[in-house]
Design a protein around this ligand. Structure first.
Ligand code: CMP
Length: 136
């Protein structure tokens, strides 16, 4: 049984730079996601390091954090039934080369780093990630 969930979505610098943010937001809306909160921001590398702390030991961590802090991003809280998994399905595989037809990363992703969008990978992490950007 699915239930109403919230998930965190980020439109990454490669997509914002190409002015794809409105188009991508429309894809979310057309797929039943409500955009409850959103803001366009630019973060410091130290903030990206905190956000991606789970990847701290990975070889791509430094590049990933430099990249996420390299330009404006759009962060959003999305809501719908089963939103964590449905968002991951709509985004497609991490590497755009492996992403299925019709997914956001297939359509817009440039490389595994410049893969246009991020989405929380579990309900638990969604709460942590939403708090990270929207705790008031
Ligand atoms: P994202 O969903 O934002 O979560 C972590 C990011 O690390 C991922 O998308 C990719 O953009 C990036 N990344 C770079 N190299 C890799 C890799 N080898 N495996 C997984 N993620 C990677």
């Amino acid at each position: 049984m699915s239930s109403i969930e919230q998930t965190l979505s980020i439109i990454k610098p490669d997509a914002v730079e190409r002015n794809l943010d409105n188009e991508i937001k429309e894809i979310f809306r057309n797929n039943g996601f409500k955009i409850l909160k959103e803001k366009k921001i630019r973060i410091e590398k130290s903030e990206a390091e905190q956000f991606y702390k789970v990847h701290e030991t990975k070889p791509f961590y430094n590049d990933l954090c430099s990249y996420l802090s390299s330009g404006p991003i759009v962060v959003m809280v999305l809501e719908k039934n089963n939103s964590v998994l449905d968002n991951r399905e709509l985004m497609g595989a991490t590497n755009p080369k492996d992403a299925a037809e019709g997914t956001i990363r297939k359509k817009y992703g440039v490389s595994i780093d410049k893969n246009s969008v991020h989405g929380s990978d579990s309900v638990e992490n969604a709460k942590i990630e939403i708090d990270f950007f929207f705790k008031d």
